[in-house]
Write a protein that binds this ligand. Structure first.
Ligand code: IPT
Length: 953
């Protein structure tokens, strides 16, 4: 009885889809230990599930994936299928897991319709109860229900057996970019649906922003009365009523009204959010307001449990999003666990609920010889239409869901149009999204992924394009490894063109699986489980590390999407703009703090007037702060912060919502410019220098210990200083034309030659030439070391020669010190900041251990750079910028160690610490999946110089 594995149908004997309900039906949760047996093929699985003898079987926890419970191994592919494309067939090696459990059916299920409900089984399964075959189903992330009333007896034991296959015809439409993980991974429940109880309910609650009234219509398969106590409302199902005085639901103010639907057979508890989604003049609105999606793509992931999440995991995700100012989620690329959607209703997140569908590995066109993509193959049609119906039915009562999405990356085909029609037939109130409808033939929202900011601006500027539909980026800002860079460019476009309504960062969390390799705990990515075909660390491209700690990318995104803009007004004052959708600023407290040379000297509250959405105020700094303004003072910064005055359900009082910095020690006009950086080494101008070395005129003779040896120049504590032009390529460098070009140019293996050294004009001068083997280019550097007032001053001049590379990863010096513990610096922080990821970096004084300075990207790569450093102390050595702020990197391993490491556990500190002082570094961008790094953020090779002052404490 296994014909169904290779069948185009969705299932057999599966009940029609219905809404997920919080109701009075009896419920026997079947989470917990089940007997388990894994067979390598379908044929090897004994045909005994009608009467299985489970003696000798293992036990396995349900819900869970068997590959994460000790059976078989996870495998990761992004686009490609790990099996040959010949639907409906799948490999004979098709791991098949049998689950058996005996339960006592509660006596009070008597008289009810008894339903066995599966929230998610990957990928296809058959069910047997008490010796009878019940049916089969597929759609891994969709619910399936079977009527087992005639097979069980209340008060008696029931034996439930489930056969799950890793591969099935359904796998052809579930080619999402994630680990292939099998099994009963969401809950199973035995339900008792009482006679005359509602089992399918559709709440239709709207809100009219013109007259402020709500409307309510509750449809139910069994008639009843809906009561909303808070509104004093009692209304029969099926009756459309106007409700005065309701507050609308939005992501910012997620107002829900508790309601009960009473029928003869019991109660259904509803949480009603009155809100209206509409597209008006090409703009997507909620309650009449233009929405700007500051979103993320969220896969369900936990490093130990895979796609089996606990309620706490889901709450964690929601809290992390809310605290970061994220207001929207695309449930890439399948409907999430229903509890997550309830949390989105409650805490306030706009959701694009996506159907469980992706056929990416087919490409977008028919493959030779005439292999149609499933979305154009009539044999798949009914399953695909049912998939979107199952999605809409299960989730239709969530006010948080504002858009349905048909799926991801399937190309185009008539089955998609049929899915669109099916979604609209069930729910005309929500727009339907599908990104590969690239010409906007039927979709309601125009969507793209990874389009450049310029490309988005073109769409924004031309209403004749794509039927003037609202435009979103369903994926952008690919957060793989170090990055994403350049997010501010997108913000500008989203703010300039009303039609450009934001987007969803790819993606929320790295899917690194916690495992042990060579005795060390690591987060595994593609290939780590010996997969023959895989996509490496493309599975680690989130704003969170696998353990849900935020990566610098998350801090950067949170800063870029802040709901308030706090900047210098160009006149010595501060300008605050409210960019919320519906909130005014009454819930916020504004404070200002002044730091002189990194030391706090004063603070106080700032009387920002109440701002409605869209409003801006400019205000002078209060005298207590203004008094620190003076030309010629040490570097003085005011940090203005907006914090929550009171706790919200998602954050404590005092949680920071937005901030900005103004500089006080410069003329007011210049202060507004802040510290805008440039990656160009030739201009030398990354802001102004804070630390001016006193007595910069060289007087004394050569530093006594100066010598240029085999490994570089050694002067005092500075050991083996060399020019440095290489970084361990980041994921965004690993695309054609970037790191491979740098390697062709020999940048990864330059050699250093001492051209000359000796005393000259009161300095000890070393001339070096840095060049790769074989090639005809080099960098000629003059290092002039001078002893000045107990300090050593280095004046470095670098001149490129020959056919030099146009762009360098970095240009700086690296030297060695005996193992350093702690680093203090005055510059940008606290997190790493590159020329295009510095929005979240504040100027200040920071302190960290060397270990804390490292960013643990799952696949090791360049990290930890702090742009625009004024000075740093590395244990006893102080390094000051004299003419040019520098980028600071301190690590306990070499760039080569970083480059060759596969996992962070491979990086082990030794006795030496490596300090890199960059004149500049190329930005990080998002090119791993997205537009190329803009020229602006590339470090162009050109003659350059740097002066540093070294002192020993
Ligand atoms: C895009 C996919 O939609 C997404 O699921 C993910 O795989 C992402 O790429 C890469 O991380 S598709 C890409 C070919 C543009």
């Amino acid at each position: 009885m296994t014909h169904y594995v290779e069948d185009f149908a969705s299932g057999e004997n599966v009940l029609p889809p219905r809404s997920w309900l919080d109701d009075d039906s009896g419920r026997l949760p079947l989470s917990g230990d089940w007997s388990f047996r894994l067979s390598p093929t379908v044929a090897d699985a004994p045909d005994d599930l009608k009467d299985p003898d489970t003696t000798g079987w293992d036990t396995i926890a349900v819900p869970g994936h068997w590959q994460l419970s000790g059976y078989g191994k996870p495998a990761y592919t992004n686009v490609v299928y790990p099996f040959p494309l010949e639907p409906p067939y799948v490999p004979t090696d098709n791991p098949t897991g049998d689950y058996v459990r005996t339960v006592t059916v509660p006596a009070d299920f008597d008289g009810a319709k008894i339903v066995l409900r599966f929230e998610g089984v990957d990928s296809r399964f058959a069910v047997y109860v008490n010796g009878s075959y019940v049916g089969w189903s597929s759609g891994s992330r969709l619910a399936s229900e079977f009527d087992v009333t005639s097979l069980v007896a209340p008060g008696k034991e029931a034996r439930i057996a489930v056969r799950v296959h890793q591969w099935s015809t359904g796998s052809y439409v579930e080619d999402q970019d994630m680990w292939w993980l099998s099994g009963i991974f969401r809950e199973v429940n035995l339900l008792a649906l009482r006679p005359h109880a509602a089992s399918d309910v559709f709440v239709k609650a709207a809100w009219d922003h013109l007259d402020g009234a709500g409307t309510l219509l509750v449809e139910s398969d069994v008639p009843g009365t809906v009561s909303v106590p808070e509104l004093g409302l009692e209304v029969p199902t099926g009756e459309h009523v106007r409700v005065e005085g309701v507050q609308p639901w939005s992501a910012e103010v997620p107002r829900l009204y508790d309601a009960v639907l009473r029928t003869a057979g019991g109660d259904v508890r509803l949480r009603i959010g009155f809100r209206t989604v509409a597209i008006v003049d090409g703009i997507f609105t909620v309650n009449g307001n233009r929405v700007l999606f500051n979103g993320v793509n969220r896969h369900e992931f936990h490093p130990d449990r895979g796609r089996t999440l606990t309620e706490q995991d889901m709450l964690d995700d929601v809290l992390i999003m809310k605290r970061a100012g994220i207001n929207a989620v695309r449930t890439s690329h399948y409907p999430p666990h229903p509890y997550f959607l309830s949390l989105c209703d409650e805490y306030g997140l706009y959701v694009i609920d996506e159907c469980d569908l992706e056929t990416h590995g087919f490409g977008y066109e028919p493959q030779p010889p005439n292999l149609p993509n499933p979305v154009m193959d009539p044999r798949f049609r009914d399953d695909l239409v049912l998939r979107i119906q199952r999605t809409v039915h299960r989730d239709k009562n969530h006010p948080s869901i504002v858009i349905w999405s048909l799926g991801n990356e399937c190309g185009m085909g008539s089955n998609l149009k049929d899915m669109y029609d099916a979604a609209k037939a069930l729910d005309p109130s929500r727009p339907v999204h599908y990104e590969r409808d690239t010409e906007a033939e039927f979709v309601d929202i125009y969507s793209r992924m990874y389009t450049s900011p310029e490309g988005c601006a073109e769409i924004g500027a031309d209403s004749s394009l794509y039927r003037n539909l609202p435009f979103i980026l369903c994926e952008y800002g690919h957060a793989m490894g170090n990055g994403p860079g350049g997010l501010l460019d997108y913000r500008e476009v989203f703010e300039k063109y009303p039609r450009c309504q934001g987007g969803f960062i790819w993606e929320f969390i790295d899917h690194g699986i916690r495992t042990t390799i060579d005795g060390r705990e690591v987060y595994a990515y593609g290939g780590d489980f010996g997969e023959t075909i895989h996509d490496g660390n493309f599975v680690c491209d989130g704003l969170l590390f696998p353990d849900r700690t935020p990566s610098p990318g998350m801090h950067e995104y949170a800063k870029v999407i802040e709901p308030l803009r706090i900047v210098a007004d160009g006149n010595g004052g501060v300008m605050v703009t409210n960019r919320y959708e519906v909130l005014d600023t009454s819930h916020l407290t504004f404070t200002a703090r002044v730091e002189v040379a990194g030391e706090v000297v004063g603070s106080g509250t700032l009387p920002v007037p109440l701002l409605a959405p869209g409003e801006t105020a400019t205000l002078d700094l209060p005298p207590a702060i203004e008094k620190f303004r003076a030309a010629g003072r040490p570097e003085t910064w005011v940090t203005v912060t907006a914090e929550l005055t009171e706790a919200t359900p998602w954050a404590e009082a005092g949680h920071r919502i937005a901030w900005g910095q103004l500089r006080l020690d410069e003329p007011a006009a210049a202060a507004a410019a802040g510290t805008a950086g440039s990656a160009s080494a030739s201009t030398g101008g990354t802001g102004s220098s804070a630390a001016t070395a006193s007595g910069a005129t060289a007087t004394a003779g050569s530093p006594a210990a100066g010598e240029a040896g085999l490994r570089g120049i050694t002067v005092g504590a500075v050991q083996n200083a060399r020019l440095d032009v290489w970084r361990a390529p980041i994921d965004n460098d690993a695309i054609p034309g970037v790191a491979d070009k740098w390697r062709e140019e020999g940048l990864h293996r330059v050699q250093h030659r001492i051209v000359s050294q000796g005393e000259r004009d009161g300095a000890w001068e070393v001339v070096t030439r840095t060049a790769p083997p074989q090639l005809q280019w080099g960098l000629r550097s003059t290092w002039r070391w001078t002893a000045v007032d107990g300090a050593v001053v280095l004046e470095l001049n670098v001149v490129p020669e020959g056919q030099f590379p146009e762009v360098l990863p970095r240009l700086g010096i690296t030297f060695e010190l005996p193992k350093v513990e702690r680093v203090e610096w005055f510059g940008t922080g606290p997190n790493e900041a590159y020329v295009d990821t510095r929005a979240a970096a504040a100027v200040g004084k920071y302190s960290a251990t060397v270990a804390e300075l490292q960013t643990p990207y799952v696949r090791p790569q360049e990290n930890g750079h702090r742009i625009d450093t004024r000075w740093a102390t590395v244990d006893g050595l102080r390094i000051e910028a004299v003419d040019h702020l520098f980028g600071l990197t301190v690590r306990d391993w070499t760039t080569n160690d970083l480059e060759t490491a596969k996992h962070t556990a491979d990086l082990v500190p030794g006795d030496t610490t490596y300090v890199t002082i960059d004149i500049a570094q190329t930005g990080v961008g998002t090119a791993a999946c997205g537009p190329a790094l803009p020229d602006r953020d590339k470090l162009k090779t050109a003659p350059t110089s740097l002066t540093l002052r070294f002192t020993t404490a």
